[in-house]
Design a protein around this ligand. Structure first.
Ligand code: NDP
Length: 462
């Protein structure tokens, strides 16, 4: 132990912060972790976890409908929004308890307060006003929804934070944005019976994904009754005399709804954190600049997770925290590997993806083989539901390496996890070909697409 109060002080009780505090404490370090809101962070409290619970809730009406094709008669159904919110709250409280217990069992001191840097080795605890010192400081405060302060009427809008706890389910909602959150919530609200409009500035939703996934999902969402307006943005939000919101759009449209939700990206949550006091550098988005070992420019101060704006995903923050522990406390320098991160969009249907999209691969490789399958999932045969699954493998023709794998369909997220291993292991298309299919599954298509659907040479489809 040095002359400091703590070996490690962690600011932020989210995925990355809790993991680093827990592991360091279990290694015998004197650790404190400060959190101003609730332990678990965005992911557990108002992100991935409640979102997925809401996704499940929103799928039941289709399950009830589909049941008829399988001989079932489902009686009258109804949905109670407040019952869902209460059940979700109970589960989140349970998970938060587990996070606290994990910290406690490891011997980390839990401090419920906002904490800010007071200097290179000192932290101010706002609740008590006390200043404590630490040999190492981790900043893992995450991000916050972009409030779009330039939008007149933005204060009338909600973000995903509020969407989880609305007093009432809106009759109609307008969602601005075309990323993960906009798409996932549009499907959730529509599934719960809400009249849903998504408005996106670009040509097609999910700008960073493979074009077949984007188009396929767009069509599927429209088929579910979601109105999607591309090439348009909201220019003003106001309240009409009935108390409903009116969103005026750039193209001259007026969208009337009970809620307008902004899902326009998330910003690093660094404002007022005392970074200047400690001399910690940030970029133009306010993200803390770190090197490959998550070190800031100030010796002894580290940052990981969304606050560094590298890849805003929970498992990435956790991985970065574990690399920090290896490097700083286990004498095993390890830098996070941000290559080939598998990810899922919990839209309906889901998207599961890893590696390069067709367009990105075409920019980097001169000869590609694209394997593409589109089919009706087996469950839809008897249910009669019009839906399709799309699977795609992007292969470098030169060395047969699979560069990208993309799925739109049921359980695509589950499949993406396994595909992530194969791409990480550098598997070739021949490895896929010599793998026996699991029958009858949708995933078997991944190993039975024997001939390329088309090739792309020097950027040209042939
Ligand atoms: P995304 O970055 O995914 O999407 C932001 C969207 O907002 C994009 O469509 C973007 O358009 C648009 N946008 C940004 N600024 C403006 C503006 N000024 N006017 C109009 N449109 C704008 O962010 P999200 O908020 O959806 O999610 C935040 C992060 O959280 C994601 O990056 C993701 O990493 C993570 N997340 C992950 C999930 C998962 O793993 N399933 C689920 C939810 C969130 P354009 O594309 O043209 O730039």
């Amino acid at each position: 132990m040095t002359g400091f109060d703590y070996d490690l002080f962690v600011i932020g009780g989210g995925s990355g912060g809790v993991r680093s505090a827990r592991l360091a404490a279990s290694l015998g370090k004197k650790v404190a972790i400060a959190e101003e809101y609730r332990f678990g962070g965005t992911c557990v409290i108002r992100g991935c976890v409640p979102k997925k619970l809401f996704v499940y809730a929103s799928q039941f009406h289709e399950h009830f409908e589909d049941a008829a094709g399988y001989g079932w008669t489902v009686g009258e159904t109804s949905f109670d929004w407040s019952a869902l919110v209460a059940a979700k709250d109970k589960e989140i409280a349970r998970l938060e308890g587990l996070y606290r217990k994990g910290l406690d069992n490891a011997g980390a001191e839990i401090i419920e307060t906002r904490a800010e840097l007071a200097g290179p080795n000192s932290i101010r605890l706002l609740k008590s006003g006390k200043v404590v010192t630490a040999e190492k400081i981790v900043i893992a405060v995450g991000g916050a929804p972009n409030p779009h302060a330039a939008l007149p009427g933005h204060e009338l809008c909600i973000s995903s934070n509020e969407a989880f706890d609305l007093k009432e389910l809106p009759r109609a909602i307008v969602i601005a944005g075309g990323g993960y959150i906009a798409v996932e919530f549009a499907n959730i609200f529509r599934g719960l019976g809400v009249e849903t409009t998504l408005i996106y500035r670009g040509a097609e939703i999910l700008s960073r994904f493979d074009h077949d996934m984007r188009r396929g999902l767009h069509e599927a969402m429209e088929a579910k009754g979601i109105r999607i307006l591309c090439h348009d943005v909201i220019e003003e939000v106001s309240k009409d005399s009935d108390g409903r919101l009116v969103a005026r759009t750039k193209s001259g449209g007026e969208l009337v709804a009970d809620q307008v939700m902004l899902a326009l990206g998330r910003d690093p949550y660094t404002k007022g954190l005392g970074l200047e006091a400690a001399g910690v550098e940030t970029n133009e988005r306010g993200a803390i600049i770190v090197d490959r070992y998550s070190r800031t420019n100030v010796p002894g101060i580290f940052a990981f997770g969304d606050v560094t704006d590298r890849v805003q995903l929970t498992p990435v923050a956790i991985h970065e925290a574990m690399c920090f522990i290896e490097t700083e406390y286990k004498n095993n320098p390890t830098s996070p590997d941000h290559d080939l991160i598998a990810t899922a969009v919990f839209s309906q249907p889901e998207i599961g993806t890893v590696g390069l999209s067709e367009d990105d691969a075409a920019k980097r490789f001169t000869d590609l083989e694209v394997y593409r399958a589109q089919f009706r999932p087996m469950k839809a045969t008897l249910s009669g539901r019009a839906e399709k699954t799309i699977m795609k493998l992007i292969v470098n023709a030169e060395d047969r390496k699979v560069l990208g794998a993309h799925i739109l369909g049921h359980d695509a997220g589950e499949m993406a996890q396994i595909l992530g291993i194969t791409l990480k292991a550098g598997c070739t298309k021949d490895d896929f070909d010599r793998t026996m299919a699991v029958h009858p599954t949708a995933a078997e298509e991944l190993v039975t697409m024997y001939s390329p659907s088309y090739r792309i040479k020097n950027g040209e489809r042939i």
